[in-house]
Write a protein that binds this ligand. Structure first.
Ligand code: SF4
Ligand code: SF4
Length: 97
């Protein structure tokens, strides 16, 4: 899918809450192989995922490496940041909110 992260966010703005929740569940299935295996995440007790969409973790405080650049969601959504668990969601890091 072509386009910047900001353009993709714009295209998704009319999605229903149900569609959004379904999409989030799909992304979790991918994220667990990246966030779930990353050195900043493992051993912290965190169980949440997809910080790129939902924002910072309340548990992860130390940046010990980030696997987001390798995660397919990065390319899918044209994300261009990392450490969403400590630095905030894509929208936050893009300055959109
Ligand atoms: S956002 Fe990056 S640093 Fe944080 S848990 Fe996910 S892969 Fe690890
Ligand atoms: S980009 Fe990072 S936070 Fe987002 S789904 Fe992938 S691993 Fe998880």
């Amino acid at each position: 899918m072509e386009g910047s992260f900001e353009e993709k966010m714009e295209m998704m703005k009319d999605m229903s809450k149900e569609e959004m929740m379904k999409r989030l569940e799909e992304l979790k299935g991918i994220c667990k192989n990246y966030c779930g295996e990353c050195p900043s995440y493992t051993g912290t007790g965190e169980t949440e995922l997809v910080f790129c969409a939902t924002g910072s973790s309340s548990i992860i405080k130390e940046e010990k490496g980030c696997l987001c650049p390798n995660c397919p969601v990065t390319e899918m959504m044209s994300l261009r940041w990392e450490y969403y668990c400590t630095r905030g969601s894509g929208r936050e890091q893009a300055g959109m909110e």
